[in-house]
Design a protein around this ligand. Structure first.
Ligand SMILES: [Cu+2]
Length: 207
């Protein structure tokens, strides 16, 4: 518990200092990336790709509207780039809550995106990156996830080529068998059961 308190204190400092700008690019018929996860206070810089030929806008809508491919602007929401293939300028937003957005022209064909904002409603989210740890690392046959999360969550190992090598749901147990993984460096993602990214770490497997 003392250890956890120390971690929390360090992590809160990091969370308060680090404001990052994430890039969001409008391309023909898609937003890249369509899903962004940012920390509270981070900025999102929106630009149009040079190759864009058709009109696309970036319009914030409610989650309910997003779910049914609707296009009604959220009251007070952001809207950029209406009526032009390229507005000729860029925009920076600082969402304080999860933002669902679409292109009003192409929402029905799936030109939709979401910006998830973590840290707005719980200490676990704000500090997740530092609180989800793997030990030992490098790992030989098993690796144990050290986390403040007492509930179930997913842990996914992706190799250097981007292949998903393991996808496990951890309930009460926190130990993962890595004996079947080939040696190398893995990206490890922790996600809640709805698929939302909680944290990323790197793990080395060496037998
Ligand atoms: Cu569009």
């Amino acid at each position: 518990m003392k250890h956890l308190a120390a971690l929390l204190s360090v992590s809160l400092t990091i969370a308060a200092q680090g404001q990052i700008t994430h890039e969001l690019v409008v391309e023909d018929d898609e937003f890249n990336p369509p899903s962004l996860t940012i920390a509270l206070g981070d900025h999102v810089h929106i630009t149009w790709d040079n190759s864009v030929q058709n009109d696309h806008d970036v319009t914030q809508i409610s989650e309910a509207t997003w779910n049914v491919n609707g296009t009604t602007l959220l009251p007070g929401g952001f809207q950029f780039g209406v009526g032009t293939p390229n507005p000729g300028t860029d925009f920076t937003i600082t969402p304080t809550a999860t933002a669902w957005y679409i292109c009003t022209i192409h929402a029905s064909m799936g030109m939709k995106g979401v910006i998830n904002v973590t840290g707005g409603n719980g200490i676990e989210e704000a500090t997740a990156q530092e609180l989800y740890q793997l030990a030992p690392n490098p790992a030989n046959t098993t690796v144990t996830v050290v986390s403040p999360n007492s509930g179930a969550f997913n842990v996914r190992f992706t190799d250097a080529a981007g292949r998903l090598c393991m996808d496990r749901t951890l309930n009460a147990e926190r130990t993962v068998d890595v004996s079947t993984l080939t040696e190398g460096l893995y990206l490890v993602e922790f996600r809640d059961l709805r698929g939302k990214l909680l944290a990323r770490q790197r793990a080395v497997v060496a037998h």
